[in-house]
Design a protein around this ligand. Structure first.
Ligand SMILES: NC(=O)c1ccc[n+]([C@@H]2O[C@H](COP(=O)([O-])OP(=O)(O)OC[C@H]3O[C@@H](n4cnc5c(N)ncnc54)[C@H](OP(=O)(O)O)[C@@H]3O)[C@@H](O)[C@H]2O)c1
Length: 214
């Protein structure tokens, strides 16, 4: 599958490593330009590109940048993506440490991913936001392994969600349907599922136990 990854840090870098290892055709971008991604390209076989080009022809696009950088992404980012592209949003809101105050989240009460959708003008699937970057490399397991962990996946577009869940399952993780983007506060930072390394039942329980009083 053709996959575009925007953000080549902890999460974007490790997704590039694993998705290329599975044989996907990965384009990867950061803010400084493709010349700064030569090492990652040599290691993985991914194609380093400018952010404007990352989604070209892609069936899946991953946005994995500091949340405050989302409004700086190029306009029309997804214009040349494949029809029905699934956009994965891995991002989290850290107002004090990194992102500053975002009014749409604080005042309007939007979930973090709903706010991302408004910035990019496209629906997203929320996944990997509570997954330690290193676990993408170290904790993948075959189907049925007793220590295979499960990741919550939220989104409104059922086709896109199914595509993303299948990809995550290929990457070596079970998935749990965590509902819609309006439900996705249940997997934001400080919830029981955030950072949880558990199987399907534990993830389902943690999602159900989330309290909306962050
Ligand atoms: N670290 C984790 O374990 C973890 C786990 C789950 C979720 N997350 C979330 O996932 C997101 C990414 O986290 P991370 O730890 O991977 O971040 P990171 O290591 O700081 O990497 C951020 C990446 O985004 C790129 N970037 C920044 N602004 C950009 C722009 N305008 N256009 C294109 N690329 C841009 C940076 O490029 P340059 O280096 O060129 O500036 C860098 O490659 C965050 O929202 C984070 O909260 C992180």
């Amino acid at each position: 599958m053709k996959i575009g990854i925007i953000g080549a840090g902890n999460i974007g870098g490790n997704l590039t490593r694993r998705l290329t290892a599975l044989g996907h055709d990965v384009s990867v971008a950061n803010s400084r330009g493709p010349h700064t991604l030569q090492e990652l390209a040599a290691e993985t076989g991914a194609t380093p590109v400018r952010a404007e080009e990352a989604a070209r022809g892609a069936e899946v696009v991953v946005i994995t940048v500091p949340l405050k950088a989302v409004p700086d992404l190029p306009p029309g980012l997804l214009k040349e993506a494949a029809d029905g592209v699934a956009v994965i949003d891995t991002n989290n809101y850290y107002p004090a440490q990194r992102d500053g105050r975002i009014s749409g989240i604080e005042d309007e009460g939007l979930t973090e991913s709903r706010w991302v959708e408004r910035q990019i003008g496209h629906p997203v699937i929320k996944a990997f936001n509570g997954t330690y970057a290193q676990d993408i490399l170290d904790r993948h397991r075959p189907v049925g392994a007793p220590d295979r962990i499960a990741l919550p996946v939220a989104g409104d577009d059922e086709n896109a969600k199914a595509k993303v869940r299948a990809l995550i399952e290929d990457l070596g993780f079970d998935t749990v349907d965590a509902g819609t983007i309006d439900d996705s506060w249940r997997q934001q930072p400080d919830t029981p599922v955030y950072g949880l390394r558990g199987g399907v039942t534990e993830v389902e329980r943690a999602l159900a136990e989330a309290k909306r009083d962050r």
